[in-house]
Ligand binder design. Structure first.
Ligand code: FES
Length: 145
């Protein structure tokens, strides 16, 4: 049911953890399954993503999609990271079962939320970036736990 890549990223997640002083953090959640994903970005003065870490409280596919998403955005520019969609995440994992597609959407939204936070902190506008819908506020998060 799961591809080898999904199993690999689930069993050995890449870039799991947090960044102490991130340039941007995004936390998103899916109300139906209750899963939460948080992405930390370290972006240098040239807009290049130097480091990325994630924390996911959720299903195995959510862990795998977060893990692969960090690999897809690391070393990229902010603009390139914005182009990492849930489709690219699914493709990079060689596919996901239909019922798990929303997990990949969470990965895309988490990246967008972290980029949104980065833009807000720096008072800049990233062309094409919309405020992520799945953004979870700290207070709501506590209720979920
Ligand atoms: Fe909801 Fe995977 S079941 S993120």
């Amino acid at each position: 049911m799961y591809t080898k890549k999904v199993m690999d990223h689930f069993a050995n997640p890449r870039n799991m953890g947090e960044i102490e002083k991130p340039s941007g953090v995004g936390t998103v959640g899916n109300a139906k399954c209750g899963d939460i994903m948080r992405m930390y970005l370290d972006i240098d003065e040239n807009g290049i993503i130097q480091d990325v870490k994630f924390k996911t409280f959720g299903c195995g596919a959510a862990v795998a999609t977060s893990s692969i998403a960090t690999e897809l955005v690391k070393g990229k520019t902010v603009e390139e990271a914005l182009k990492v969609t849930n489709k690219s995440v699914v493709e990079a994992l060689d596919g996901l079962p239909p019922v798990k597609m929303h997990c990949s959407l969470l990965a895309e939204e988490a990246i967008h939320a972290a980029l949104w936070d980065y833009a807000e902190r720096n008072g800049i506008k990233i062309e094409g970036l919309k405020k992520p819908k799945g953004d979870v506020h700290e207070e709501e998060e506590e209720i979920v736990y």
